[in-house]
Design a protein around this ligand. Structure first.
Ligand code: NAD
Length: 287
């Protein structure tokens, strides 16, 4: 049996939606959980202690072990305080789920710099800050598990989500490098792009689709990635409605020009360059 028993796991944005499900499952499986949530609105405005408190209450009533944290992920100090809560309350941090997120959807031509920055600040910078605060503990104890909340919007694009998709794609990039740097310290990093009915998606997807996407169906994947038994790293997975799969960049066979080509040469070979028929998993040629 795989497990997280007695592991200390921080779940950011765990006051509702998917994060709540992750925290509840982890606690049921015997983990000690830091339930972090700023308690604001979907667009990132406001804050309250009520959301995190409610989830902690539910976990404790079910016999689990959890503590609330109300700090924002989007500053270095906030992230240090979140990880500090784990270390002060439970003496360690073994895993983090960078799940906190906000939404400011607008078509690109209407998107303000503020919308852009607010979303990047919570998703990408927030995940960076929390991971950065936990990383020294992971290295020191030679053990750590990182899960990032990615999105199909980052992997494939979505109308109105230039800010959100960029942040989520950035997290996949972060995972790719954390997987490499963490490998010799027994630290894994993976990304999960969930699909679930939450307040974030309530008006984004049609109701009949949302009815088939209960958030608890994503939690076992995130839970598994946090176990010691799962040593896979650098993966991006999609999960929703009971379907789980992996997404990975592939590269075409392409071709090599013996001399610097003209633009016309590129045009003439365009089909060969872009044809994915014999594509293979992508590799970093300088890695
Ligand atoms: P949600 O709005 O229910 O959950 C996000 C939580 O993050 C909220 O409880 C919110 O209070 C908290 N939060 C926001 N800013 C914070 C901050 N600065 N510090 C701490 N907490 C903060 O939405 P959700 O659908 O459960 O989303 C969870 C994660 O999954 C997000 O990262 C989201 O982008 C991602 N995601 C969700 C879906 C989906 O289908 N629901 C799809 C792709 C990605």
């Amino acid at each position: 049996m795989v497990g997280v028993k007695d592991r200390v796991v921080v779940v950011t944005g765990a006051g509702g939606g998917l994060g709540r499900e992750y925290a509840m499952l982890l606690a049921r499986e015997g983990a000690r959980v830091v339930v972090n949530d700023l308690g604001g609105a979907r667009d990132g405005s406001g804050e309250s202690t009520a959301m995190a408190d409610q989830v902690v209450r539910e976990i404790r009533e079910a016999g689990g072990d959890a503590v609330a944290s109300y700090d924002s992920v989007d500053t270095e100090e906030g992230a240090r305080a979140i990880i500090g809560t784990a270390v002060t309350e439970y003496g360690a941090v073994h895993g983090i789920v960078n799940n906190a997120g906000i939404l400011r959807d607008r078509a690109f031509h209407k998107m303000t710099a503020e919308d852009w920055e607010a979303v990047l600040r919570v998703h990408l910078f927030g995940s960076y800050h929390v991971t950065s605060a936990a990383w020294p503990y992971f290295r020191e104890q030679r053990y750590g598990r990182v899960v990032m909340a990615a999105s199909t919007s980052g992997l494939f694009g979505n109308f109105g989500q230039a800010n959100y998709g960029s942040a989520k794609a950035g997290l996949v990039g972060l995972v790719n490098t954390l997987a490499i740097e963490g490998s010799k310290h027994n630290i894994t990093a993976n990304a999960v792009a969930p699909m679930a009915a939450t307040r974030m998606t309530e008006d984004v997807a049609p109701p009949e689709m949302l009815a088939k996407l209960p958030p608890e169906q994503v939690a076992p994947l995130v839970g598994y990635l946090l176990t010691e038994e799962c040593t896979d790293t650098g993966m991006t997975l999609v999960a929703g409605g009971g379907t789980y799969y992996r997404v990975q960049p592939f590269q075409s066979a392409g071709l090599r020009f013996e001399q610097t080509p003209s633009m016309d040469d590129v045009a003439a070979q365009w089909h060969t360059i872009t044809d994915m028929t014999d594509a293979t998993p992508g590799v970093n040629p300088v890695g």
